[in-house]
Write a protein that binds this ligand. Sequence first.
Ligand code: ADP
Ligand code: TPW
Length: 564
Amino acid sequence: MTDGFHLVIDALKHNDIDTIFGLVGIPITDLARLAQAEGMRFIGFRHEQHAGNAAAIAGYITQKPGICLTVSAPGFLNGLTALANATTNCFPMILISGSSEREIVDLQQGDYEEMDQLNAAKPYAKASYRINKAEDIGIGIARAIRAAVSGRPGGVYLDLPAQLLAQSLDAEHGKRSLVKVVDPVPRQIPAPDSIQRALDVLKGAKKPLILLGKGAAYAQADADIRAFVENSGIPYLPMSMAKGLLPDNHPQSASAARSYVLAEADVVVLIGARLNWLLSHGKGKTWGAVPKKFIQIDISPTEIDSNVAIEAPLIGDIGSCVAALLKGIADNGHAKPDAAWTGAIAERKDKNMSKMAQTLAASPSPMNFHSALRSIRDILKTRPDINVVNEGANTLDYARSIIDMYEPRKRFDSGTWGIMGIGMGYAIGAAVITGKPVVAIEGDSAFGFSGMELETICRYDLPVVTIIFNNNGVYKGTDPNLNPNVPNDVPVTSFVKGARYDKMIEAFGGIGYNVTTPEELTAALNEAIASGKPSLINAVIDPNAGTESGRLTNLNPQSAAGKK
Ligand code: ADP
Ligand code: TPW
């Protein structure tokens, strides 16, 4: 005989899934034990949100769904934030939660951790399923895997009632019920006329621009994307997580002339990037007065015309679409963009880069974002294999532009939502899945959302170096208290001044550093990377440095309404 527990593990293993991120309790503790006994890795967290984030980033890196396992109601809800974030960012993951007895939940009779989890998950997941019979576990897991990774990837919820796990089944019957997903990420070939249309629009371009999004990084079509950029000679801009798809020091990168190229380009080729808020919805001041024609490559047909009209939609997987464009420009001949266009970009780049070099060269005391990031940049330049996790407001904005990336899928950040709290989850997921070191560059507020996972990092002895940009608060650390009735009350953005985050990791046997100058930061980071040990560097940053909301000041309602 076999049972639900064994069949879930067998079904995952049958599909080459070898790692589960989760947090145990009724009814899934034995499921986690069994996974471990059967040779899978179970990485146990201190909060389900971070297990879910680890699963999501594992999915992004590997194109295989990351698995997060939680208990019912509260554990499920803690994981749901990560599931929603995965869906929003198009990362494939499966949240598997145990659930309470259906008869009691459905009659609302007050079971232990009672909740209608399936319906709660639906608005935030790409798909949601419940398996009720042990003989359906094979097909249920197959369905969840395919839903997560095919087409536009996303988060899938899989509900496993406690009763299901205990159900027995004849072993032979169980074995036959397993399903191996064939071709989980099928190629989706673009229609030839859509390719021709795109080539025609490109041909008419005087000032073309390529925009690479994290969909392009996810697609793992690195060689063809690089060949398309280089053979076409078109300047390109990477979105933050597409940095490194081509090395950031590539001569065609227009990152240092971003505002100029967005305003001036006449034809924009979007490859796996949505025209959402991160690209000012494709209109307005950012996009300037020059009329735009967009060519958009995306696997999701409904992404087209989401914000502005798209002249040439290319629906298909990025690998197939880019290969077809590459062949098109080779067959038809392609005139490289005018030197007037590339020359004007080069001029702006030079100017902006020398201005930035000056800012970076300064060594103010106390240390500011720039001088600290200079130290980190110089070290990471020599270690392109290191994964970088990044969140915060100013810490995110400055690090994104100052830290160059040289390899694809090495930068993981706040993404589509601008969410805080991904830090330690992404760091653990990336370290476990790639076996490579991670440097997490964290605002002090951002770090707080997942800080307890330092224990997880130490427990699994992961090569993660966390650097806290400690400026005593959310954004800055200098706001006044506005409460006339409580003169000593704490300002809304303030934290404990002079906090020593380095002491936190020492509690779990990790190595802590406290640094106040770029030189100390360089020494600490070099040592931490070389040791490969869980480390945390508390980098003391001028509390006056930075701005409220970083570069998003304009999105605060008062500023948006012109009142501030
Ligand atoms: P960014 O935030 O970097 O601009 P987005 O997350 O907004 O990127 O956009 C990613 C886009 O890539 C999504 O619209 C998604 O549908 C698309 N995408 C993801 N994987 C593929 C793929 N393999 N082929 C084509 N499009 C893809
Ligand atoms: C889940 C709102 C955006 S940025 C930020 C918060 C709280 C922290 C900024 O301070 P930090 O960075 O990290 O110290 P820095 O570099 O400016 O000093 N809750 C969630 N997500 C978001 N985005 C917020 C709140 C926010």
